[in-house]
Design a protein around this ligand. Sequence first.
Ligand SMILES: [Zn+2]
Length: 424
Amino acid sequence: MNSPDFIELSQFVHYLRKRFHLPCLAGMFRDSRLRPRIPSCAVWLSLFLGEVVHVFSFLQLQAETRLPQWQRWVGYRGEISDDTFDYVSERLDPAPLRQAAWWINRKLKRGKAFEASKLHGLLVVSLDANEQFHSDHRCCEDCLCREVTRKNAQGQEVKTLQYYHKQVYAQLSGPRLSVILDFEPMRAGEEECATALRLLRRMRQEYGPRFWDVIVVDSWYVNGPFLKTVVEELGWPVIAVLKQECREVHQEIQALTRGQVATQVVERDGRQVEVWDVPKLRFTDSYPGPVRGIKVCEQWTERKRVGGQCRRVPQEQNWIWVVAGELSGYEGAIIRDLGHLRWKVENNAFGELTQHWHLTHCAHHHPVAVVVLLWIKLLAFTLFHAFAILNSKLLRLGQVTLKELRNRLYRSLLCGEPLLFFSG
Ligand SMILES: [Zn+2]
C-alpha cells in the first residue's frame, strides 16, 4: 500500500536516519535500570514519537504502544505501561539528551540551515522565561514555592503555598527555522537573571562564542550586572526593550528626542516607522556603558467596524530599545528589526511550543523526569521542524500546515505497511 499519507512517515524516518543518525542517537540514551525488560531505546522512541504525533499523556501513550505499527516503529513487540514511562523518565540522564540537542543544532548550522534565519546577516538568540506548571498540592525536591492569596469556601482571603517549575529558554529566533538551543531550570531563591547567566555561560562553552551574534531580552534583564557579564565577560552585544521602570536612562532618551526630527524613517510591514538614535548614554554605576538608545514610533491603520461602518482607524506603538556592546555598524531601524524578532509569532519556536506542543504540560512530576521529558519534547520539536521546514515540499508549497503534517504522520502510522524504524 502506498497512500500519500504513508509516504509522510517514511520520509520523516528516512530524513532522521540519513541526516541525524537517529537510531544511533536513540541508542545513546540509557537509563539506570540494571536489567531492563523493555529496552530504554523503545521507551525513549515512544516518548519521542508521542511528542511528534501529539500524544501527551502517558495513559494515552500506553494505549498507542498496543498498536503493532507503533511496536514496529520503536522496535519492541509489546505494550509499554504508563508506570514504565514514569519509571524510565525518572532514570534517564538529562545530560546526553542536552548533548544530543547541541549536536543536532551544530549539525543544522554546519548545513547552513540557519542562514535564512539571519536578519541583516546576524543570528539572534532571545531569552524567555516560562512557568511550566504549578500545583497547590504536589511538590518535588526541585519545586519552587510561593505564597498566593485566594478565597476559601466562606469567601475569606487566605494565604496558601503554591509549587511550580520555571525555566529560562535560549531560542534561536529567525524568520524561518527557529529552535531552542538550551534551557535552564530556575532554582529556589534565584533571580531569573542568575538562571539566564548560568545558561549563557554553559552555552558559550558548548556552542562557542560565534554560534550566534546578538542576545535579545525583555526589560526584566535590563540591569547593570547582567549587561556587564554578557557584554564584557561573554562577549555578546545585547538588545533589550526598555520599560518606563528603567529609571533615568528612559527619561534621558525621552528628553533628548523630544521635539527632534527622527534620525530615520522607514516602512516595515505596512507601518511607518520613525527612529531616533541616541548614542553614548551612561547607564548605571554597575554598567557605566556607554549604551545606545533607540526610540521607535510605529504608525499604521487598521480596518475596524465603528458604528456599523468599516473604517480605517489609526494605530500607534512606541518602543524604546537599549543596545549594550558593539553594534555600531547597524542603524536604528535594523536594531528595531532584530529586537522585534522575539515578539514575532511566525516561526517562533517558543510561541509554537506553547501553542501546539503543550509546553506547559508535564506528564510526570519528578525532579529528573521534568527535565528529561522537556528535552525529549525539544528534540522532537527541532527534528520535526527541520524535516518540515527544510525538507517537506508540501509545507514549502503551502499545501499543508505544520499541524496538518503532524496529523498526517500519525495517520500514516496507522495505515499502510508497518514501518521498520531500524531497518536500512
Ligand atoms: Zn516539582
